[in-house]
Design a protein around this ligand. Structure first.
Ligand code: C2E
Ligand code: CA
Ligand code: CA
Length: 529
């Protein structure tokens, strides 16, 4: 179908193009949505990973600094609370995130930066801290001093046998940097885990580890400390979906429409034809025309051919009328002239002097502004001492084109001859042709076909032949296919014959070979063996 159908109907197959465009748009939609969602997810994961490492670094840094500070305070553990308390309070106040520093000696907390003198068993304050470890941490809902406020305890033991060291209580709400990260729009959740407890960004209360939500997490340890962090990743949100679907929908719609127009354009016979000229998809075939009396080749008719790369051969009966109706015939005919001119050297070798070079002319070309220039250009390239150019114009064209009479005169003045093509098929009064001085009548093959047949049109052939004689024109019978037709036409003194009986239209190489082998076609022998 495709182009051929398009030529036949002069309209492209809209339905099929629409369906194809729909499929293209749908495929684009699916691919685009998948790729976009994948990219969003991928980018988010990468970003998340960056936040994780940054937070981890921050935590390590913070705890290292804290530890260093605690080491500096360590020498205070031997001294009385009265002496050191102001120093201790000062240090606590200027260490970010620290609620209190507590000095511990021999298992008893005896001095707090917040409350001064005290005497409490360490295990009473933080039951979960392992005091024997050089460093330990615990997470607790509150302390006896500040209940109901999640606190992180950091225990730093002084090396030695006695349970002596420093206990720092960190205010989790006062660790803004850690929590700031978790408020990042791409980090929907965050938890700090110490032992079996966790503080999270989605609950102000402490949570047992077992109760933490499990999905979309990655756990990051803080090296050197009994602490880890859990990050809750964001999966694709409803908003992601909404925007992606909407965007893809709009884009695929555009793609579909674009594809549709591309198809229409590609199927456009007009474009295909012009492209065909540019890409040399056209070529010429030559069909020999025989002199009836001498049985020698009198000349040939040039017939244009179109070998489309995907549609195959497109018959001239389809594209010539189309080219005429769309105003492309002049461009096409000029192209034909160029192709014939290119073959002239070979044609001149194959054919004797005086040979007729028949070229079909579309009637509308006669009124084209470039008509004279086109013809003059062609004739400049054709050796007129060797060939006589014969333009074949349909009877219909002669009657319908306004300036036909003047143009025929002009053509004659240029030394060319004129043949009435498809004679007998037009609706015009034949007598009308008397006004013109024309050289040949090509009897349409529809009449030649009736020879030997008992049809209603059969007698018309005789009438056509006798009329052409009365008009004093030479006759050419086209579409001669059988020996019976040959002898019939001989008897009626038809001057020239052309048809498959002698030869089909041939490419230039084959045509030259044919001429060399059949300089005198022995059809007499074929007819009267
Ligand atoms: P047409 O000018 O009447 O051309 C003769 C047509 O009859 C050609 O068809 C030719 O191949 C075919 N033919 C020749 N001998 C026989 C035969 O023995 N039996 C049968 N059945 N057919 C035979 P084609 O080449 O398909 O051309 C069709 C029409 O297209 C032509 O009719 C002509 O009107 C137009 N055409 C072809 N080439 C050109 C061209 O270069 N320029 C213009 N303007 N029209 C062309
Ligand atoms: Ca013709
Ligand atoms: Ca014809």
């Amino acid at each position: 179908m495709g182009l051929k159908g398009a030529f036949a109907r002069h309209a492209s197959n809209t339905r099929r193009s629409l369906a194809k465009s729909g499929i293209v748009a749908a495929v684009f939609f699916i691919v685009f949505i998948s790729v976009t969602l994948f990219l969003i997810d991928h980018q988010r994961t990468q970003y998340q990973h960056k936040i994780e490492t940054r937070t981890q670094k921050f935590a390590v840094n913070y705890l290292d600094n804290l530890q260093e500070m605690m080491q500096q305070i360590m020498p205070l553990t031997g001294k009385s609370c009265e002496k050191v308390q102001s120093d201790l309070t000062y240090r606590a106040a200027f260490t970010a995130g620290v609620r209190t520093f507590v000095l511990v000696k021999d298992g008893f907390a005896y001095c707090s930066s917040a409350t001064g003198n005290m005497m409490l068993g360490m295990s009473y304050i933080y039951s979960e801290i392992d005091w024997r470890k050089p460093l330990d941490m615990a997470l607790q809902e509150g302390t006896p001093m500040v209940p109901e406020k999640p606190a992180v305890a950091v225990w730093l033991r002084q090396p030695g046998p006695s349970n002596t060291g420093i206990l720092a209580t960190l205010d989790l709400t006062l660790t803004p940097y850690l929590l700031l990260n978790s408020r990042d729009r791409d980090t929907p959740g965050f938890a700090i885990v110490i032992g079996n407890h966790a503080v999270t960004t989605f609950d102000s209360n402490m949570m047992p580890l077992a109760k933490l939500p499990e999905r979309y997490t990655s756990q990051v340890a803080v090296p050197g400390y009994p602490l880890s962090m859990i990050f809750y990743h964001q999966s694709l949100t409803a908003n992601d979906m909404r925007f992606t679907v909407l965007g893809s929908l709009v884009l695929s719609l555009m793609v579909g429409v674009l594809y549709y127009y591309m198809q229409i354009l590609r199927q456009s016979p007009e474009l295909a034809l012009m492209r065909g000229i540019k890409r040399n998809e056209f070529f010429v075939e030559y069909q020999p025309v025989f002199h009836t009396a001498s049985s020698t080749i009198a000349g040939m008719e040039a017939l244009i051919r179109w070998q489309h790369p995907s549609e195959g051969r497109i018959p001239p009966d389809l594209f010539i009328p189309y080219a005429e109706s769309e105003g492309l015939i002049v461009a096409l005919t000029r192209h034909l002239f160029r192709m014939i001119v290119a073959d002239i050297p070979q044609l001149a070798q194959a054919l004797p002097r005086g040979a007729k070079l028949g070229i079909n002319l579309a009637p509308s070309h006669l009124n084209a502004p470039s008509f004279h220039d086109d013809i003059i250009e062609l004739l400049a390239e054709v050796p007129t001492n060797h060939f006589t150019v014969v333009f074949e114009i349909t009877e219909r064209g002669m009657v319908e084109e306004q300036n036909a009479l003047e143009e025929f005169d002009w053509l004659h003045s240029q030394g060319v001859e004129i043949a009435v093509d498809d004679f007998g098929t037009g609706h015009s009064a034949l007598i009308y042709l008397q006004r013109f001085t024309l050289d040949y009548l090509k009897i349409d093959r529809g009449f030649v076909n009736t020879i030997g047949q008992d049809t209603a049109t059969a007698p018309v052939l005789d009438a056509v032949i006798s009329l052409s004689k009365k008009l004093q024109m030479l006759t050419v019978a086209e579409g001669v296919e059988t020996a019976e037709q040959v002898s019939f036409l001989q008897e009626r003194d038809v001057n020239f014959m052309q048809g498959y009986y002698f030869s089909k239209p041939l490419g230039i190489e084959d045509f030259v070979a044919f001429c060399q082998n059949n300089a005198a076609f022995d059809y007499q022998a074929a007819v009267n063996p």
